[in-house]
Design a protein around this ligand. Structure first.
Ligand SMILES: CC(C)(COP(=O)(O)OP(=O)(O)OC[C@H]1O[C@@H](n2cnc3c(N)ncnc32)[C@H](O)[C@@H]1OP(=O)(O)O)[C@@H](O)C(=O)NCCC(=O)NCCS
Length: 267
């Protein structure tokens, strides 16, 4: 039986036992972790726990990361009393399929019904989760329906006290200032967001020495993101010469990613 705990300052490091398990180490990742600790601590103070951790025999196995959509200053048309699930992750293959992921979502649903602390005790209207590709476990577009979520507009949703309403989204339209340059957005909620940004910058500078590259934190530099609306960013994403790049490829095929950058720079 899994034990599910809310995040506190005391168990905050357990998040990294899960998300950083079997991942690259080094200064850039450490910096990414610092950013995530800062974000989690700020959210703890402002809203309460935005993460739940599932333990088995006291070992942290899986986590769910969520927050009020209204906290996401970097998106337009935020919906009131809607909770955005950023990710659910069980890092340990031998522990997958044994109920940790479901336990986390079910605990969150139970909180949402009574009025979670992060909504100041108001009942949640509905939960939304944006799926993204993964090479581990089952992907979230398969997992969310198993938990009762339905397909919405570019997201999955689960109604709690209200009716689902899609968020009106706008798309990135090329900005003159993005021409012949690279803009990278990273999300500090994932320690690998900053890793992507710095790694991508290094790879690009090794190939294109003079290329102007700007890096923004979506939570802090939200105005920059608002100028370039796009799909939810889980870790990070680059806009190259006014075109959005496939961010997943960066993790699975760095050479292919660089090839796409090269093509976009010459367009
Ligand atoms: C989605 C995920 C969190 C599920 O975690 P989990 O602890 O294995 O979940 P559970 O054991 O509660 O299983 C939930 C359901 O998924 C099914 N499931 C889990 N792993 C599965 C697998 N490898 N293949 C098929 N089904 C699987 C379970 O059978 C169960 O379905 P059921 O209710 O129909 O029986 C995990 O697979 C994962 O981390 N996937 C990657 C998701 C991702 O990209 N996260 C962000 C990373 S930053």
């Amino acid at each position: 039986m899994h034990e599910v705990k809310d995040l506190t300052r005391e168990n905050l490091d357990d998040v990294f036992e899960i998300c950083s398990f079997n991942r690259p180490e080094g200064e850039i990742v450490d910096k990414g972790r610092e950013f995530r600790v800062k974000w989690l601590t700020d959210m703890l103070e402002r809203y309460g726990s935005c993460t739940k951790i599932a333990y088995y025999n006291e070992k942290p196995l899986a986590q769910i990361l969520y927050y009020p959509e209204e906290a996401m200053q970097y998106i337009r048309n935020r919906r009131k009393d809607v909770i955005h699930i950023q990710c659910v992750y069980n890092a340990f293959q031998e522990s997958q399929g044994l109920g940790a992921g479901a336990a986390l979502v079910n605990e969150l649903i139970a909180d949402c019904k009574v009025g979670p602390e992060i909504l100041d005790g108001r009942v949640c209207e509905f939960l939304v989760g944006y799926p993204f590709p993964s090479t581990e476990g089952i992907t979230l577009d398969r997992f969310y329906p198993k938990m009762g979520f339905k397909q919405g507009q570019d997201e999955f949703y689960l109604e709690i006290a209200g009716k689902y309403s899609p968020r009106e989204m706008s798309e990135y339209t090329p900005l003159p200032e993005d021409k012949d340059s690279v803009v990278i957005f990273y999300n500090p909620t994932c320690e690998f967001g900053y890793f992507y940004a710095e790694q991508a910058k290094q790879m690009l500078l090794n190939t294109f020495e003079e290329l102007p590259i700007r890096i923004f934190n979506v939570w802090e530099d939200h105005e920059e993101y608002l100028k370039r609306p796009q799909q939810s960013i889980v870790a990070a994403r680059a806009i190259v010469n006014q075109q959005i790049i496939n961010d997943f490829q960066f993790w699975t095929d760095a050479e292919g990613w660089l090839k796409e950058v090269r093509e976009k720079l010459s367009n």
